[in-house]
Design a protein around this ligand. Structure first.
Ligand SMILES: Cc1cc2nc3c(=O)[nH]c(=O)nc-3n(C[C@H](O)[C@H](O)[C@H](O)COP(=O)(O)OP(=O)(O)OC[C@H]3O[C@@H](n4cnc5c(N)ncnc54)[C@H](O)[C@@H]3O)c2cc1C
Length: 415
């Protein structure tokens, strides 16, 4: 099969990319989704709050996605669900397995990687103790409750204060389970402030900072966990251990961009984001391969995910039509108090309207300012009331601001 643009993943990033590629004139656009339906992880996020920037409304996840699914149905974009992409080659051949089509080879003019992210599991955080049933990632619990109608337990401890865990603390409480508390190894919460307030404080669920689980108890089913306070070195403080009887432990300990395909194809991955290094058109270092959404970095607003999908889709269509070729790029570097900034490379001559930047800070700060410098000269400053690591910052650099940068690399800091 030959297509102009192949999109891997039918979540918010993938569908925005497919629609944008079509609108930009790509004749044959194909979406490949391993699940049996489109929508990605948002299909299980039934709480509202999605789409405030994009639609000016607080939509539940499935409603946000339905707008894209409906828009896609008005086009001739081809969709293959139940189709898992197993491999991508540097020549942009995708090998796809599907029960309906068997093993398929797709030659694409351009590819958009939009595989989303996955959750860190027990193995990745070295949880000691026995291995009983009853230990779930927050996403698995979300799927059980919201899509399968199954309550996974009655008395729950949550480890990690990532957003999905906070949202599930509220959901489990509303479904009649008792959430004993949320335990976070860091001295500050990992999730958004609004989720701390709306999901924990409003339901009197205690948040224990600088705490972790140090032992798991139970043979067939979890019977309890031991928690302990940790010191500044994040090691348990002897004598602070406490046993909590529970039948369920929910892990909300981080998300990892899904990039086995990218790695296999030789796409350069960034050590901090875990996703491809991208330029302003969401192009990776591999010619004709673009990336978007949580496969690039974990975003906290789906609106940003959709925006990156649109950029990637439009750019992929232009590449497939022979209009976009790689050339020398400026580097965009994280400066003081910035853990990462996207894009990491920039072609100033390609920026006409402006380019969106996304960054995360390392440490919280009040009355901060985002400062963009080129060759030591300030190109832009942006005031922020408060900055926190869980809350992504986004801003746009206009073409005229960029012109001031000349040919110098950009450094973005938060001071
Ligand atoms: C468990 C979980 C819960 C979340 N809950 C929230 C929330 O409540 N609120 C919020 O704002 N954000 C939430 N997020 C963040 C959420 O991921 C983003 O808001 C958004 O869904 C990311 O969009 P995406 O298109 O990049 O990825 P996804 O929505 O994850 O879509 C990626 C798609 O790619 C498909 N795919 C992956 N690999 C392949 C392959 N090899 N072949 C074919 N298809 C493939 C997947 O099946 C999936 O459908 C959650 C994330 C996770 C992991």
């Amino acid at each position: 099969m030959n297509v102009d643009v192949a999109v891997v993943g039918g979540g918010p990033a993938g569908l925005a990319a497919a629609l944008a590629a079509k609108e930009a004139g790509a004749p044959r656009v194909l979406v490949l989704e391993r699940d049996f339906e489109l929508g990605g992880i948002l299909q299980q996020c039934v709480h509202d709050g999605f789409g405030l920037l994009r639609f000016g409304e607080r939509l539940p996840g499935p409603a946000y996605m339905q707008r894209y699914i409906d828009a896609l149905a008005q086009t001739d974009v081809q969709v293959l669900t139940d189709s898992m992409v197993l491999e991508l080659t540097p020549e942009r051949i995708l090998y796809v397995a599907s029960p309906a089509a068997g093993l398929l080879a797709v030659q694409a003019g351009a590819v958009v990687l939009a595989m989303g992210c996955r959750e860190r599991t027990r193995n990745q955080i070295w949880l000691p103790g026995t291995r009983p049933a009853g230990i779930f990632t927050a996403g698995a619990v979300q799927r059980y409750i919201n899509m399968e109608g199954i309550l996974p337990g009655r008395r729950v401890v949550i480890l990690g204060s990532g957003d999905v865990g906070l949202i599930m603390a509220r959901r489990l409480t509303l479904e009649g389970a008792e959430v004993e508390g949320v335990y976070e190894v860091m001295p500050q919460p990992g999730g958004l402030t609004r989720n701390i307030v709306q999901c924990l404080e409003d339901y009197n669920i205690p948040l224990h900072l600088s705490h972790t689980v140090v032992d798991i108890h139970g043979e067939k089913r979890l019977t309890g966990v031991t928690v302990a306070q940790v010191g500044p070195d994040r090691r348990p403080v002897p004598g602070t251990e406490r046993y909590i009887p529970c039948d369920t432990l929910v892990l909300s300990v981080g998300l990892i961009p899904e990039n086995e395909l990218s790695r296999g194809a030789g796409v350069e991955l960034h050590p901090v984001t875990g996703g491809p290094v991208v330029d302003e058109s969401m192009a990776t270092g591999l010619p004709g391969v673009f990336a978007a959404g949580n496969a690039v970095a974990v975003f906290d607003l789906v609106d940003y995910v959709s925006a990156t999908g649109e950029v990637a889709g439009r750019s992929a269509a232009r590449y497939a039509a022979g209009e976009l070729r790689d050339g020398p790029a400026l580097a965009v570097q994280p400066g003081a108090n910035v853990s990462f900034v996207l894009p990491q490379r920039l072609h100033p001559e390609r920026v006409h309207a402006g380019v969106a930047f996304y960054l995360r800070v390392k440490e919280s700060k009040e009355r901060a300012q985002v400062v963009v410098r080129a060759g030591g000269e300030v190109v832009k400053t942006l005031l922020q009331v408060v900055v926190r690591p869980p809350e992504m910052i986004s801003f746009t650099l206009t073409a005229s601001e960029l012109a001031r940068a000349g040919a110098a690399d950009l450094v973005v800091s938060v001071e």
